[in-house]
Write a protein that binds this ligand. Structure first.
Ligand SMILES: Nc1ncnc2c1ncn2[C@@H]1O[C@H](COP(=O)(O)OP(=O)(O)OP(=O)(O)O)[C@@H](O)[C@H]1O
Length: 569
């Protein structure tokens, strides 16, 4: 388990530090660590200042007062600058690393249509959006926080440990007639105090990790429940499903609150402990050093310096308790990101056995074509077809026989297939699904999608009139969620407008007219035939009226066999 944690951590970590930006990144990290070391050095200087200052006070050296205050101000000023820039530059490193890693993940997600494969082919991948936007950010910020924090605390521990050791001198303990001398006893004592404190915090606080984890889970469940209602608002409204939905909300929210109460109670106990421990840490070194002070072997300055150094050592050791929770968070993030990375790599590695070649003449030729499901089930076997320029083919068959999957394989997005497709060079292909995709933004952008540039205005208006969307001409530049505003039939007509604008060489239509009435459907097909006589059309549909719009029919049986015949209406 631990080995896996480190392996996964290393896998996620190493990319950026070995990338083309590695020298800048390593340099910046070294500088940030250097700033942290310098701030520890300043703390040590401030700590010895205590010694000198209190000794001067004890000896009523008025002439030393202002120079010492001046020295403190100078050191404190430097410390402030270092502390601010140590954080600022760490954040700079964080944002650079995040930019690099996010771009990598976005590229990987888009490459080989992984975004599609993850959703269609692997049902066990959850929210890529959250992985890319939140988890990467958390991974980086927690890693830097831990890496720099741990190094700083180790340095603090070393530096102040030495200070304490030097200050405490030897302590003689008489046991049974013998005298034992303990060197650096304050150091050992602070170590013991911190170790006991750490064990105590672990004991009191460990339940918080589980409770925090549960809290996040319950909050996510509650949020997810509301999101489902937002996404399915229309269906729920038709069903009048408010009552069961409200019960669902109440149940999930009750869990959030119940767990939060437990969290509050545990935190209260922990806060008693942490505050008590902190306050005790002020008194304990004074009590421990008092015998030496009253014996005259330690000055007031020494006493104050000891007390401050004890606090630093104790803080540094206790840091490892406070990072307990951070490490648990990091472990969870690493688990999620590694799972996502593995799924992305897996999806990208599935290689299609379909060979795509440039056709000698203007026809789309399919040879020895097989279409399968991920479990190996054959939907279509050994299919051979030739669709000439401007020809129209209708794919028919019972529901679930594999019509859409065949279209996906021909379009090159379904990888479980084999065979050969010859397609004329530079052919433009457009795919019209049942529910067309409308990107966020203006209607104009939606119409030209996936092209980024728009064409002549008059042509656009003319096309909109032809597909019966003239009413939307004044709203072409309105920015809105058009998939919510337009009815499904209007969206399907918009997709036909897109065909007329993009002028593809081949169009694949997957029940692209299902929401249109039959006369409108005929109109759309005739429009395509008139405007784009050289465009090959391959449709999937159940309506009998579609036959008159196609010359050939490819009938699938679902067990692999098929039949291609001319349409006779
Ligand atoms: N991602 C997937 N993983 C596993 N099986 C799938 C996947 N997608 C589709 N299938 C299965 O493949 C078969 C063919 O599906 P397809 O959508 O191609 O059928 P269809 O003929 O277009 O159906 P319909 O006419 O109902 O739209 C179905 O049995 C379906 O359950």
């Amino acid at each position: 388990m631990k080995q896996k944690f480190w392996k996964n951590f290393w896998h996620l970590f190493r990319g950026y530090w070995n990338s083309e930006e590695k020298w800048k990144a390593r340099g910046l990290l070294a500088f940030v660590i250097g700033l942290n070391f310098a701030s520890v050095y300043l703390l040590v200087r401030l700590n010895s200042w205590y010694n000198v200052f209190y000794n001067a006070l004890q000896q009523y050296q008025a002439e030393s007062f202002w120079p010492l205050i001046g020295e403190f101000t100078g050191l404190a000023f430097l410390y402030i600058i270092l502390a601010v820039y140590a954080i600022y530059l760490r954040q700079m490193l964080q944002i650079k690393w995040r930019t690099w890693m996010t771009n990598r993940y976005l590229d990987g997600w888009m490459k080989d249509q992984v975004y599609y494969r993850l959703q269609v082919l692997r049902s066990d991948t959850d929210n890529p959006d959250q992985r890319i936007s939140e988890d990467i950010n958390q991974f980086i910020s927690l890693t830097l926080q831990l890496l720099i924090g741990i190094l700083k605390q180790i340095t603090t521990l070393g530096a102040f440990g030495v200070v304490l050791w030097n200050l405490s001198g030897a302590f003689t303990v008489p046991i049974g007639g013998h005298e034992f001398v303990i060197y650096g006893y304050m150091f050992w004592f602070s170590l013991l105090y911190s170790v006991l404190g750490t064990i105590g915090v672990h004991f009191v606080g460990r339940k918080l990790i589980g409770l925090n984890f549960d809290q996040q889970r319950y909050e996510a469940d509650f949020r997810f429940n509301m999101m489902r209602v937002r996404e399915n608002s229309e269906s729920i409204a038709f069903y009048r499903g408010e009552q069961p939905e409200s019960v669902g909300f109440a149940e999930r929210f009750a869990k959030v609150i119940k767990n939060y109460w437990q969290l509050m109670r545990r935190t209260k106990i922990l806060n008693f402990y942490v505050n008590g421990y902190g306050q005790l840490a002020i008194i304990v070194p004074l009590v421990m050093a008092a015998p030496q002070y009253f014996a005259g072997t330690m000055t007031l300055g020494g006493l104050m310096q000891t007390s401050s150094a004890f606090g630093r050592v104790q803080d540094a050791l206790s840091y490892f308790v406070s990072v307990y929770d951070t490490i648990a968070q990091l472990a969870a993030v690493i688990r999620r990101l590694s799972g996502f990375t593995a799924h992305m790599e897996g999806a990208s590695d599935i290689k299609s056995e379909v060979v795509r070649e440039k056709a000698a003449d203007d026809a789309l030729v399919v040879r020895d074509f097989d279409v399968k499901l991920p479990d190996g089930r054959v939907l279509l076997s050994d299919c051979n077809l030739t669709i000439k320029e401007g020809e129209r083919l209708l794919i028919t068959g019972a529901s679930g026989c594999g019509k859409s999957t065949l279209l996906r394989t021909l379009a090159g997005i379904w990888p479980y297939g084999s065979g050969e497709i010859e397609i004329p060079e530079k052919s433009r292909i457009l795919f019209l699904p049942q529910r067309p995709y409308l990107p966020l933004g203006s209607l104009r952008r939606a119409l030209y999608y996936p092209l980024s540039a728009s064409g002549p205005e008059e042509n656009l208006k003319d096309v909109l009139r032809k597909v019966g969307l003239a009413d939307f001409i004044p709203r072409l530049d309105d920015i809105d969620d058009w998939s919510r505003i337009l009815s499904l039939g209007e969206q399907q007509r918009l997709a036909f407008a897109r065909v007329l604008l993009v002028k593809p060489d081949w169009v694949f239509l997957d029940e692209a007219t299902s929401a249109l009435d039959e006369p409108r459907e005929q109109e759309m097909y005739e429009l395509m035939r008139r405007e784009l006589p050289h465009t090959g059309i391959i449709s999937v549909g159940h309506r009998s009226t579609l036959f008159s719009q196609h010359e050939e029919e490819l009938h699938l049986t679902g067990d692999g066999s098929w039949q291609c015949r001319p349409v006779t209406v």
